[in-house]
Design a protein around this ligand. Sequence first.
Ligand code: GYE
Length: 307
Amino acid sequence: YYRENYDSQNQKVVNKVVLGFSQVGAESDWRTANSESIQSAAQAEGIKLIFSNAQQKQENQIKAIRSFIAQKVDIIAFSPIVENGWEDVLNEAKIAGIPVIVMDRAIDIQDKALYVTHIGSDFEEEGRKAGRWLLEKVKKTKGSINVVELRGTFGSSPTNGRSKGFEEIIKPNTFIKMIGCKYGDFMKSKGKEIMENFLKSEGNRIHVVYSHNDDMALGAVEAIEEYGLKPGEDIIIISIDAVKAAFQAMIEGKINCTVECNPLQGPELMKAAKSIMKGNSLPKRIIINEGIFSQDMAKSELPNRKY
Ligand code: GYE
């Protein structure tokens, strides 16, 4: 995909469109699939991609965006690690005249004109789906149901949305009790660690784990097994993302359900980038459609999974 320009001698120069993308990190299977989707879609569309990994640190993302501005890229896109703190750097992009696309995670900003569009999932709805599934699962049980929540990254939009949506469904049902929540940055190792701590303090009182992503759920599975309980039977596990490894765990009976969050957003991003270059306007919000999968569907669905 090309952009035409005229140089100082008024000669036409044709360059590939350059997209600077600042990625969150490489914390999960979801993220790996998302990065691959962006890289292959850029190649397929002939867009030159400058890809930068922020290792889960906002300051690295701010630096990356500043370097995209310095390199005079055509478009900047990023998946913001956390929701707040983007005013300054996005104002710098605006002054440089570079359009910005927010992808995957959302930002919380007053001046909505600082980005063109936000492409990504509805995290609150994912949380509601998880909550509704749990309600259905436990509605006939007697006594209270104790839930621990493995949250993602503090201040990130998927964490905020997934907590909020789940709570909205669960709260009116007072027999379901949230007995603890901890942040595990969407990483398997941290999911395991925080689950170990929950088991140490709460032990057999835990009936349900609600994990904000599959990697942390898989870490929790290990912790529960090492503790001598059966994940998926002694403790119900609800997760989000629906990556292949979670399907494998569902087939083995160790995760009960996973809400889909589709990482294959590269083609949508390139489509948006091309529209912007053509001067077309875009909707402020582009939502990715998603489903939910439980153990009974895992075997038949696994061969269809792309990530
Ligand atoms: O659920 C998690 C990843 O931002 C939606 O980030 C994404 C989340 C995803 O690390 O696995």
